[in-house]
Design a protein around this ligand. Structure first.
Ligand SMILES: *[C@@H]1O[C@H](CO)[C@@H](O)[C@H](O)[C@H]1NC(C)=O
Ligand SMILES: *[C@@H]1O[C@H](CO)[C@@H](O)[C@H](O)[C@H]1NC(C)=O
Ligand SMILES: *[C@@H]1O[C@H](CO)[C@@H](O)[C@H](O)[C@H]1NC(C)=O
Ligand SMILES: *[C@@H]1O[C@H](CO)[C@@H](O)[C@H](O)[C@H]1NC(C)=O
Ligand SMILES: *[C@@H]1O[C@H](CO)[C@@H](O)[C@H](O)[C@H]1NC(C)=O
Ligand SMILES: *[C@@H]1O[C@H](CO)[C@@H](O)[C@H](O)[C@H]1NC(C)=O
Ligand SMILES: *[C@@H]1O[C@H](CO)[C@@H](O)[C@H](O)[C@H]1NC(C)=O
Ligand SMILES: *[C@@H]1O[C@H](CO)[C@@H](O)[C@H](O)[C@H]1NC(C)=O
Ligand SMILES: *[C@@H]1O[C@H](CO)[C@@H](O)[C@H](O)[C@H]1NC(C)=O
Length: 836
């Protein structure tokens, strides 16, 4: 039998194999605890490994946080208990900084642990940039969790690791670990190496990783029947690590099949007598390694072939054959098997990527869920609004088409568009773009810029077919009298008497026309005050079954309200809605607030109040169904949660005005009038084009009648926004909302927390007053605004905020005053066009 020919393996269980290189410090490791909330300590040291893990918050903008169920948690190290899952979008990507040309071990941990309580195991894909890395399939029998690992050389200084939804289930990730490897390690002819197995041979049950393996490779123990274990505690030298390439055997070959590399590790740990020899031949998949192995004393020999092998029938085999002159059986310490994985798809042209990213940033398109990962590839995940030219798989695709029509863009035409040098079609129509037409547009054959607010003169090169500019009232088309006259034309025509009458008439008409035009042309648009929304679909009472159906059994959580979670839902198969579901019993406080909110919302209708689409009131089941506002709330935007803190001053002012209009309507526009009682930035929601809507009426009350006043023992509201007078006296009036609104305005101007124990004055109102008194107005204004604090608009808004937040309610303006003051501030802005 084979054994008699010397196939007996001797196993060496030794910690020594892992000292393959000098222990390296983990300075360059990336260890992410995905889903670790920012409030928790990050980074932290995981005690068992000594690895420093940090939250993934800074390297991904999307996803939700989950935690595995209790039973699973007990068996896991801390970094694997939490996870991030991605209910929204098809592709969600991490963006990590690497070093170009460097080889990395990249490992993703995927431990489901029934985090969602639904016990439905996910299946989805992992991509490295535009290329498929692995399909994660936890639905395979017996598979609870998995780790995917690859050895990959970075092709640029950043790496996108993307999770791609491929079916019904939701992608998730527990941890991402990247470890730079030595340059000479794990040589391949081409491609990267996907780990299939990494074993050390031992009867032990312990796995080995950092700090015992300097590269944090994870070695699982394996004991083979019919082998004997010998061991040592001596240290081993590592001079020969990875250097066993037999270069002379390189021959060009085609490898159509799956290809594998084996790395095996040998070291002698016994003292051999003079007449003893240990020598054997390694046979991988039936192919001999041409050089026999003579393991050296306490010195690791790594064996690997210079070219990969195929494994017949998907099974790889390793044999160690004793040679005729050997007196001792073979031994082996450890081995690894990798499959070659190639990443043939080129990423999109790097300059195009930089340019489109810059356009994304310029226009604050942080919420475009498809705008993640590579813009053009894989083709089915191409960013919406783009088109690309693909030549062949190894040529970087180029962006040829950009369509951001009707996306609420403001500001000027982004200069980075000129760096999309292959752009053929550009559609930025129906936005609020201002400024002049840049020269570089002339290189683009089709341009639609209609329905914007551009000004200046149309350059010669853009007076041609394929350039659509109508609906830009301030744009001057030379050679066309029907458009805006400029001073130059006036001068020219005045010189010629024949035309005077025509011109004067035209000019008068123009001026009259211009006066009539609303503010739209020059400033941010205003919504008409007290405009009522037409309720197209009647508010409807839904059954609980319908609520379950519209939320797909409460699949995707948008957030958490005071008394229950808010879920994303879909109504009539198209309209997105937010569904707030009461959790708890019908006897608690929350139930009352819920009822109050239904009653209130059924009565009020205003563009600047979040619209109630329907509700469910069925025994203990209570749910409110609102219109869905895709841009989240103002607080998130100010905090920069979605990237750069939004919005220029003009936009903030408009949001303030719209919120004020909603509040004014509650105070004076509806009967009986209402007091909101919880006005704060977190309750100002933002629609698709950042239109502001006031939400969360759970605490709202009917206003007291004249001469009457609410005196309540339960004072409700949010600390920091709560009217101090109401707090002290329990007397509620509309002026309490005005106070809170003042705080909101201060927050929008300063972008500072409303309560911060670390500053001289913790309360924002007192702090602003304190700084103003010290003459430190510059310290108050949000530096992100980049504005001059002398600007009339900002200054007036600040004074308005301070009068709203006056301690004495009688000195505060009414919301109607506030609305008209904010309009004036917007008017002031016209004098400061750079702030728009
Ligand atoms: C990824 O991060 C790097 C810097 O860390 C940045 O330069 C690059 O633009 C980012 N890429 C994307 C697509 O966000
Ligand atoms: C490894 O190679 C990369 C790229 O060739 C180089 O930048 C880096 O310095 C090398 N590292 C070491 C340790 O030699
Ligand atoms: C080793 O022994 C076998 C038979 O015992 C023989 O066939 C083979 O040629 C020998 N190999 C060498 C290298 O001597
Ligand atoms: C841009 O997209 C809009 C729809 O989003 C479409 O109506 C329009 O035709 C597109 N423009 C071009 C030039 O294809
Ligand atoms: C265009 O690309 C060049 C070179 O990559 C860069 O220097 C320049 O800043 C870019 N221009 C814009 C407007 O992004
Ligand atoms: C240009 O944009 C306007 C506004 O979005 C649209 O009505 C018009 O159809 C577009 N024209 C073409 C040719 O795409
Ligand atoms: C311009 O902005 C206003 C207010 O932000 C918005 O109501 C309007 O729809 C926008 N116009 C376009 C064409 O997007
Ligand atoms: C148009 O493209 C050409 C060639 O790509 C370039 O040299 C030229 O500067 C571009 N013109 C403008 C106005 O950007
Ligand atoms: C265009 O409007 C901006 C302000 O919106 C102004 O600064 C600029 O001077 C105007 N350009 C022309 C040519 O009128």
């Amino acid at each position: 039998m084979e054994r008699s020919r010397g196939l007996l393996l001797m196993l060496i269980a030794t910690m020594a194999i892992i000292h393959l290189v000098q222990p390296q410090n983990q300075q360059e490791f990336i260890s992410l605890d995905c889903g670790l909330p920012l409030e928790e300590m990050s980074p932290y040291i995981e005690p068992e490994t000594g690895l420093l893990f940090s939250s993934d918050h800074d390297v991904i903008q999307t996803g939700e946080i989950g935690i595995v169920e209790d039973a699973v948690r007990a068996s896991l190290l801390k970094p694997y208990m939490r996870l991030r899952y991605f209910p929204e979008g098809t592709r969600n990507c991490y963006n990590l900084s690497l070093q170009k040309g460097r080889k990395y071990l990249i490992r993703a941990w995927l431990i489901y642990g029934n985090y969602d309580g639904r016990d439905i195991k996910p299946k989805f894909d992992l991509f490295l940039g535009p290329n498929l890395w692995a399909t994660v399939d936890l639905q395979e029998p017996g598979k609870k969790d998995t780790a995917e690992e690859i050895l990959h050389t970075a092709t640029s200084n950043s790496l996108q690791i993307c999770l791609v939804k491929t079916g019904e289930t939701t992608p998730f990730i527990s941890s991402l670990e990247l470890r730079p490897l030595g340059n000479n390690s794990y040589f391949t002819q081409s491609g990267s190496l996907k780990l299939l197995g990494r074993k050390y041979f031992s009867e032990s049950k312990e796995y080995i990783r950092y700090p015992n393996d300097a590269y944090d490779r994870q070695w699982l123990p394996r004991f083979l029947q019919g082998t004997t274990q010998i061991s040592t505690t001596s240290d081993m030298s590592n001079s020969d690590v990875y250097s066993a390439h037999q270069k002379s055997h390189l021959k060009p070959q085609q490898y159509p099949l799956l290809l594998y590399y084996l790395y095996s590790y040998f070291a002698e740990i016994q003292d051999l007598q003079a007449d003893e020899t240990r020598e054997f031949i390694e046979v991988f998949n039936g192919e001999d390694f041409s050089i026999p192995v003579n393991p050296k004393k306490l010195e690791v020999t790594t064996m690997n072939k210079f070219y990969p092998s195929t494994c017949k029938g998907g099974k790889c085999s390793l044999q160690l054959k004793r040679t005729n002159r050997s007196t001792l059986p073979p031994l082996i310490n450890a081995c690894e098997i990798y499959r070659v994985i190639t990443f043939p798809q080129s990423e999109t042209n790097e300059e195009d990527v930089v340019a489109i990213k810059s356009i994304k940033d310029t226009y604050g398109l942080i919420n475009r869920i498809t705008w993640q990962g590579d813009p053009c590839v894989p083709q089915h995940l191409m960013w919406d609004g783009l088109n690309c030219r693909y030549k062949d798989i190894s040529t970087p695709p180029r962006i040829t088409y950009l369509n951001l029509s009707s996306t609420g863009l403001t500001g000027t035409i982004a200069a980075s568009i000129q760096n999309l040098t292959q752009l053929e079609k550009l559609d930025l129509s129906n936005n609020n773009l201002t400024g002049e037409l840049p020269d570089f547009l002339s290189n683009i054959s089709f341009i639609n810029l209609s329905e914007n607010d551009l000004n200046g003169t149309v350059p010669q090169t853009l007076q041609r077919k394929g350039v659509l500019l109508h609906g830009n009232a301030r744009l001057y088309h030379p050679g066309s009298f029907s458009k805006l006259p400029s001073k130059k034309i006036i001068a020219a025509i005045v010189a010629s008497a024949a035309f005077v009458v025509i011109l004067v008439t035209a000019l008068v008409l123009f001026l009259a026309h211009r006066r009539k035009k609303p503010a739209v042309v020059e400033g941010p648009q205003l919504t008409r005050p007290k405009e009522l929304v037409e309720n197209k679909k009647k508010r409807k009472r839904f059954t609980y079954i319908e609520v379950l159906r519209m939320t797909n059994n409460f699949q995707s959580v948008l957030g958490k309200g005071g008394f229950g979670e808010v879920y994303l839902g879909t109504l009539y198969d198209s309209e997105q809605v937010a569904v707030k579901v009461h959790s708890g019993s019908s006897t608690d406080q929350g139930f009352k607030q819920f009822k109050a909110e239904v009653d209130l919302l059924l009565r009020v209708h205003h563009t600047n109040l979040v619209n109630l689409v329907g509700y469910c009131d069925e025994e203990d089941h209570l749910a409110l169904i609102y219109e869905f506002l895709p841009n989240g709330d103002l607080k998130e935007h100010l905090s920069g949660k979605h990237g750069t803190p939004i919005i220029n001053w003009g936009m903030r002012l408009r949001i303030a005005l719209e919120a004020a209009q909603g509040l004014e309507y509650l105070h004076t526009g509806c009967t009986p009038s209402m007091i909101h009682r919880d006005v704060k930035t977190a309750n100002i929601l933002l629609g698709e084009h950042f239109q502001a809507k006031l939400a969360d009426f759970g605490l709202s009350r009917s206003s007291p009648l004249v001469g009457e006043s609410h005196v309540s023992t339960v004072v409700a509201g949010t600390p920091g926004y709560l009217d101090p007078e109401y707090h002290d006296t329990g007397r509620l009036s509309e002026k309490s909302d005005v106070y809170s609104f003042g705080v909101v305005l201060l927050e929008m101007i300063t972008n500072k927390p409303v309560i911060d124990e670390t500053r001289e004055k913790s309360n924002i109102t007192q702090w602003v007053m304190f700084e103003l008194n010290r003459g430190e107005a510059t310290r108050i204004i949000d530096p992100n605004l980049g504005v001059d604090y002398n600007s009339a608009s900002v200054w007036n808004a600040l004074l308005l905020a301070m009068s709203c937040a006056d301690r004495s309610s009688t000195k505060r303006p009414t919301m109607s005053n506030v609305v008209s003051k904010l309009r004036e501030c917007l008017e002031n802005l016209r004098g400061d066009p750079e702030l728009l």
